[in-house]
Design a protein around this ligand. Structure first.
Ligand code: UDP
Ligand code: MG
Length: 316
């Protein structure tokens, strides 16, 4: 099996030499055990780093052809760097594993992923069994993130980041998703095929600093929701319906107050207007939103289906 590793690197000069050494060691082991073929590669994607990351990648490649380098023209973010790597190598490999450059995701899980691939799985998610080594802040915000995703109707694998194996045909299917707003954790489940999980313990960053400060995490969460779900729009519609119903109640209540004489002049008219108009306006925004949501989903040009097998399809 020809396995490619795709590693996005953004300002990772501090950790890259160590990562490269550890990954090479892992590859040696897997090759010696005959689990992966000798022409498997480790592909380092430089995401517009400002430090020596690309020089290090060049040196690695010059010294050892197992390492390959892809340099993006500028910083495009983690998700795009990943996609660039996966899409560049997909024609050559049997499967590709994406993982971060900082060794937080245990590379020993690669063995289990390769075994599962041999069993016939197309997508194998790396799932964190515990986040004890993450800071309290990172842990709570990250878990809040997964819960929010679910509440907003985005199907994701709990505690899975972007550490996963995808077979060649799963990668080909992923290529059918031409969207620009990329949230891979939400798209990969849509790709389908047989999938399973491999658990590992998440470690601490081997060196260097996190490239995901809170600001980027929030932006990422927002991207995830708005690129995968139109539930927020639906919430407005629901709210509109609710307030409109309340306004009908208000109408009855105001009329009762009016006829029983418990009111000042003009109050009935004003209160009914406020509730009625507010409700109708929200409802109208919701209806428009529903159409915008439809337009939005259409513009993504996602595949309507992906065929995984066609028995007898090769008859000539
Ligand atoms: N990364 C990237 N481009 C960016 C930000 C991050 O390619 O704009 C890479 C980074 O080099 C690392 C991975 O994405 O390999 C995950 O980043 P990090 O480990 O800093 O995130 P954290 O684990 O703290 O969430
Ligand atoms: Mg990390």
């Amino acid at each position: 099996m020809k396995l490619f590793l795709v590693v996005p690197c953004y300002n990772e000069e501090a950790v890259l030499p160590e990562t490269a050494r550890r990954l090479r060691e892992k590859y040696d082991g897997l090759m010696a055990a005959g689990k992966i073929s000798p022409d498997s590669r480790i592909v380092l994607v430089n995401d517009g780093s400002r430090d020596r990351t690309w020089e290090i990648i060049r040196e690695l490649h010059a010294a050892d052809p197992t390492f390959r380098g892809i340099c993006l023209s500028r910083n495009k973010g983690h998700q795009n760097a990943l996609m660039a790597g996966l899409m560049t190598v997909r024609h050559e490999c049997d499967a590709a594993i994406s993982l971060d450059a900082d060794l937080q995701d245990d590379i020993n899980a690669i063995d289990a992923m390769v075994d599962k691939f041999a069993e016939g799985y197309d997508v194998i998610y790396g799932v964190r069994s515990s986040r004890k080594k993450d800071s309290f802040f990172k842990r709570t915000t990250a878990q809040g993130f997964y819960k929010l995703m679910r509440a907003m109707g985005v199907e994701t694998v709990y505690n899975h980041a972007d550490y996963r194996l995808m077979s060649r045909r799963a990668l080909d299917a992923l290529a059918e998703f031409p969207e620009v707003n990329l949230f891979l954790r939400g798209i990969v489940p849509l790709v389908g095929f047989r999938s399973t999980e491999v658990t590992y313990e998440r470690g601490v960053r081997a060196a260097g600093e996190s490239k995901y400060p809170l600001k980027k995490m929030l932006a990422f969460a927002l991207e995830g929701i708005t690129s995968m779900s139109i539930r927020p729009i639906r919430l407005i519609t629901t709210l509109g319906c609710l307030i409109f119903t309340v306004s009908l109640g208000m109408l009855i209540y105001s009329l009762i107050r009016y006829f029983t004489g418990h009111t000042v002049a003009g109050w009935t008219f004003l209160s009914v207007s406020i509730w009625g108009l507010g409700g109708i306006q929200l409802l109208a925004i919701g209806v428009i939103g529903e159409y915008i949501g439809k337009i939005y989903l259409e513009t993504k040009r996602r595949p309507k289906y992906i065929v995984s097998e066609y028995l007898g399809g090769d008859e000539e």
